[in-house]
Design a protein around this ligand. Structure first.
Ligand code: SAM
Length: 327
């Protein structure tokens, strides 16, 4: 039984592998939606808001001709964002074979897909693999260095063990050029823990999501136990239903520093929206993505329950430090 091997280092790795497979199977099984199905989703405005957040990050940091590494790229939902930024090269990696297949179809211009469009203007390499296990500097030796690395709504899948969290950051650091940027989005552990503390049970949520912890991670326990492998089950209607791991941001920040990645900013999604939705170009972008109702300049087309889910996430930007050698 898993509980027996759980506490040995080797057993820990095997224990974690089962869950890694669960995550991969979950995403692999999710098929592409038609435009009609997508628009009927109970979280359609949340999906549009998340796309807006990712687009803002891309527009803030991508420069014409950039080489981009998209870790856990999924079905390639961000390909268009990168195309608009006129990047020069794209490498996407995901553990879910089905998603990489969908990504390939999208890149090659699938006529059935709702984004009927011209071919992408940049060459791309799409790979199926575990970004948090494999040494990507070896796999991508001929493609590196990258100007930007992006990991959207996925970095928390690396926090099942310290070794995986380290591999994720070591990969990013090894593949980014000095001065290169690492952008991402992931759950905001502070918000999740606050909600757990406020909840009367180990489960909480609303009409579109729930989160369930198996163990009572009271504050004291959080402080005394390892910051890795703190697992919960996340269910989001029409999107996610799999194990995830808490990423305490202060620990993530220090670990990233060990790999020469320095924090530029971290913002909860609510703060991010409030800050960037003041700028005319991003209001326009929000309108174009359909995340705003006619004439509204706030989040009013999201239901309160969707807006609460948005609060569970944060956006971060890290920079690979430049090394200066004294002459
Ligand atoms: N980044 C995409 C986006 O924003 O649309 C997909 C986000 S989806 C919520 C999470 C993705 O992480 C899934 O495609 C999943 O297969 C991928 N993933 C999870 N663990 C992974 C791993 N160890 N290596 C590579 N991809 C992984």
């Amino acid at each position: 039984p898993k509980s027996r091997v759980k506490y040995t280092p080797e057993g820990d790795a095997h224990f974690s592998e089962d869950f890694v497979q669960k995550v991969a199977d979950h995403y692999s099984a999710r098929t592409n939606q038609t435009l009609e199905e997508r628009e009927a989703s109970p979280i359609i405005h949340l999906k549009k808001l998340n796309n807006w957040i990712k687009s803002v990050l891309v527009q803030l940091y991508a420069r014409r001709g950039d080489a981009v590494l998209d870790l856990a790229c999924g079905k390639g939902g961000d390909l268009i964002k990168w195309d608009k930024a006129k990047i020069g090269y794209y490498v996407g990696i995901d553990i879910a074979e089905g998603s990489i297949e969908d990504c390939r179809t999208r890149y090659n211009g699938d006529a059935d897909h709702h984004q009927r469009r011209k071919k992408f203007s940049f060459p791309a390499r799409l790979i199926c693999g575990d970004c948090y296990e494999v040494r990507l500097d070896k796999v991508l030796a001929d493609d590196a260095p990258f100007d930007i690395c992006s990991c959207q709504f996925a970095l928390h899948y690396s926090w099942s063990t310290e070794a995986r969290a380290r591999r994720a950051l070591a990969n990013v650091s090894a593949l980014l050029r000095p001065g290169g940027t690492f952008i991402g989005t992931m759950p905001d552990a502070n918000v999740i823990i606050k909600k757990l503390r406020e909840a009367e049970e180990l489960v909480f949520g609303n009409s579109v999501y729930w989160i369930r912890f198996d163990e009572d991670y009271s504050e004291k326990k959080f402080k005394s136990s390892s910051p890795y492998g703190i697992k919960y089950k996340f269910h989001l209607e029409d999107a996610v239903d799999c194990p995830e791991w808490i990423v305490p941001f202060n620990i993530f920040k220090s670990l990233a520093e060990e790999y020469d990645l320095e924090l530029v900013f971290v913002k909860n999604a609510h703060e991010f929206v409030h800050e960037y939705l003041k700028k005319p170009e991003y209001i326009d972008l929000m309108r174009r993505l359909g995340a705003l109702g006619d004439g509204n300049q706030d989040q009013s087309t999201l239901s309160p329950d969707e807006w609460e889910v948005a609060y569970l996430y944060l956006a971060f930007v890290l920079k690979k430090v430049k090394h200066y050698h004294a002459s």
